[in-house]
Design a protein around this ligand. Sequence first.
Ligand SMILES: C[S@@+](CC[C@H](N)C(=O)[O-])C[C@H]1O[C@@H](n2cnc3c(N)ncnc32)[C@H](O)[C@@H]1O
Length: 269
Amino acid sequence: MVEYGSALAAGPGPRPGEVWLVGAGPGDPGLLTLRAAEGLRNADLVLYDALPGRAVLRLVRPGAELVPVGKRKGAAPVSQAEINARLIAGARAGLRVVRLKGGDPFVFGRGGEEAQALAAEGIPWRVVPGVSAGMAAPAAAGIPLTHRGVASAVTFVTGHDEAGGLPGSVDWAALARSGGTIAAFMALTRLDEIALRLLANGRSPETPVAVVANASLPGQVTLRTTLGACTLAVRRAALPAPALVVIGEVAGLALAPDATEEAQATAAV
Ligand SMILES: C[S@@+](CC[C@H](N)C(=O)[O-])C[C@H]1O[C@@H](n2cnc3c(N)ncnc32)[C@H](O)[C@@H]1O
């Protein structure tokens, strides 16, 4: 089957009655795409997650409605069904709607589910890809995800499923054998299990691991450790969230301009 056309958003912003699923990138507003900024400037209603920062939200025009729907301390979580309903109602009211998400909407962001819910109701939608933390966090620490002669494959994986456990659909043994880079989202709480599975399936305890927290934000911090030592090192370091875990030989490359300072900071924790 040949498909023509594109799901990518186009134009100066959503049309009335249209929803744009917009990626906000990892936090630094400089990493927002021009299309995302246009969408925000021209929206009537913006439903946003917890991760996009204030600087990004400042692009929204005065008078537009800004609705937080991400996890917030002390507030009841907004269910996915409620978010879908709100998006659909906004579009049906003829509003230009933006659904703003951290990173990329289609990478562990439930953007796909929202697109399906909109399509099921006949609501037109488009997507604005964002710079995923899967790429931005390693880059922010000076770590290339692939590197000639070092890593020829990369896998994005989530560290927990809806129930909070390790996702059963991930073949950790195959991942261990692949020898490529693993970029693990939402993995800090399950890092002990992830490390055990990779070690049990043949990855060396000396495999470099980097944990990049608050990537691209002022509080960015990188912990460099190894697969054998990462569980303890992470516990001791008490890193802030959000954080991305990079596992593989590339995590041992110290290409960051301030890598020496990083190493010293790491040694101190
Ligand atoms: C629900 S997922 C959303 C991922 C997002 N859609 C993306 O493409 O980056 C949230 C996870 O992304 C990672 N993450 C998001 N922003 C980050 C940042 N600035 N620094 C490090 N990790 C980040 C963390 O692993 C966090 O737990």
